[in-house]
Design a protein around this ligand. Structure first.
Ligand code: TMP
Length: 214
């Protein structure tokens, strides 16, 4: 019997995590595992509405703390309404971004104090930690280029969102923040090279995930 397992995917813009998480969902479902795929910010009606505010490129005036609280609010709702109940039902929860994104984006890149972030994390996540985090790593210029190409492929949505519009330097800091977390928590966070082709990355993801699934 599968136990509730919480797996998160992280990485800079355009690293390929959303593609990988979908392929993993198919892989696990085909093998009969109960899977819930969700994302942050989002995953609930409230969270998806908060997402619209957070990513709206017109809201240039948003302060770093407002940003932090909105991500935390979306997460709090998500954990209580969706993630914890699914884990209780023994599902494998695959989440596209979670608290590490706040540490990398709002912590390292926006320089919000780490101790303060830890407290916010504890409140917003109700102390829930992923069993496994897949960090798909790639150089910033490649990731941003992919994000740009992806946006221009979506009809009528040729503009980058508020976070994607940040400077290359900002995204370098985000990458640095993620790699620091992986260095500090090597048991939980597995770094996979996002420069490999989709199938190679998928095989590496499966290798890590299957270690958790009996
Ligand atoms: P996505 O594009 O992967 O769906 O993520 C939305 C954006 O929000 C992305 O630029 C990363 C950013 N983000 C944060 O800054 N902090 C967070 O806690 C989360 C979950 C996402």
């Amino acid at each position: 019997m599968t136990q509730g397992i919480f797996i998160t995917f992280e990485g800079i813009e355009g690293c390929g995590k959303s593609t990988q998480i979908r392929i993993l969902e198919d892989y696990l479902k085909l093998r009969g595992h109960p899977v819930l795929l969700t994302r942050e910010p989002g995953g609930t009606t409230i969270g998806e509405n908060i997402r619209k505010v957070l990513l709206n490129a017109n809201f240039k005036e948003m302060s770093s703390l407002t940003e932090l609280f909105l991500y935390a609010a979306a997460r709090c709702q998500h954990v209580g309404e969706v993630i914890k109940p699914a884990l209780k039902e023994d599902k494998i929860v695959l989440c596209d971004r979670f608290a590490d994104a706040t540490s990398a984006y709002q912590g390292t890149a926006r320089s919000i104090d780490k101790k303060f972030l830890t407290e916010i994390h504890q409140l917003a996540t109700d102390n829930l930690k992923p069993n496994l985090t897949i960090l798909i790593d790639c150089p910033v210029e490649i990731g941003l280029q992919r994000a740009l190409e992806r946006q221009s492929e979506i009809a009528g949505q040729s503009k980058l969102d508020r976070l994607e519009k940040e400077s290359t330097k900002f995204h370098e800091k985000v990458r640095e923040g993620y790699l620091k977390i992986a260095h500090e928590e090597p048991q939980r966070v597995k770094v996979i090279n996002g420069m490999d082709d989709i199938e190679t990355v998928h095989q590496k993801v499966v290798e890590e995930v299957m270690k958790l699934i009996k």
